[in-house]
Design a protein around this ligand. Structure first.
Ligand code: CDP
Length: 238
């Protein structure tokens, strides 16, 4: 699939048109950012690692019957995806307390959350991705109530599939963020699933294996992403 004009450049990925209007190429760069783009660094091999990680996870989700924009991996850093009309809302599920939940409620990190929580954030870096709710989404027209209900249902379905996938590799899926869009009237999972957008802890030691290593300056960021991938059975040389 031929890459055409660049359509969009985000903080870690760029998106290109192709000769097929319905398909886009998603290019994973080495750029890594945190704190709404206030901390930015280039991490060697990150684009390749996240592209292969995302392809592996998306294939598992498709196999589990979750509609995804992912079509196929094209090369080390590019994947072919369906063009979605994106819903500008982030869906977050948490199985264990961490991050902004801990800061917001002043609770301990690592508490088991049963049932898991569901949160919505508006995709708006300038405003620091503020927390919103279902009523805001309806009032401001960011999605139809039925579309939001479907996105929520799919977000929890992803939890069932991935909690087990990671746990079988000795890893806890602490929390994660998903983004959805609409393709020919259907709500479809978009964006990416990689250690950039979730929290993963070693089940035994609770060592952090995700982007918190970058946020907190713990080092060995990409080495950890790769180690998680290898535990899942991903071959980064393929
Ligand atoms: O990362 P932070 O503590 O600011 O936010 P959070 O609400 O605790 O994040 C919950 C989960 O969503 C974590 O796995 C984050 O990595 C992910 N997230 C993301 O991928 N992109 C964002 N803009 C915000 C959160």
């Amino acid at each position: 699939m031929e890459k055409r004009a660049q359509l969009y450049a985000g903080k870690a990925k760029s998106v290109y048109e192709t000769d097929d209007h319905d398909l886009l190429v998603m290019h994973f760069r080495d750029d890594t950012s945190a704190f709404d783009g206030k901390k930015v660094e280039k991490l060697d091999r990150k684009g390749m690692v996240n592209n292969k990680f995302n392809a592996f996870i998306m294939e598992k989700l498709v196999a589990a019957g979750i509609p995804c924009h992912f079509v196929k991996r094209l090369n080390d850093t590019d994947s072919l995806v369906k063009r979605l009309d994106m819903i500008p809302v982030e869906c977050v599920v948490r199985n264990l307390s961490s991050g902004s939940l801990v800061r917001r409620l002043g609770i301990e990190e690592g508490l088991e959350l049963n049932p898991p929580t569901f949160e919505l954030f508006l995709k708006n870096d300038a405003m620091g991705d503020p927390m919103i709710n279902e009523s805001y989404v309806a009032t401001f027209g960011w999605a139809d109530p039925e579309q939001l209900a479907r996105a929520k249902e799919l977000t929890f379905k992803v939890n069932e599939v991935l909690k087990k996938l990671f746990l079988d590799a000795g890893i806890l899926l602490v929390d994660y963020k998903l983004e959805f869009g609409v393709f020919k009237g259907e709500v479809v999972l978009g964006d990416e699933f990689s250690p950039d957008g979730c929290r993963l802890w070693d089940a035994e030691t609770r060592e952090k294996l995700d982007k918190d290593r970058f946020r907190q300056g713990l080092g060995s960021v990409i080495e950890s992403y790769e180690a998680v991938g290898q535990r899942l059975g991903i071959d980064f040389n393929a």
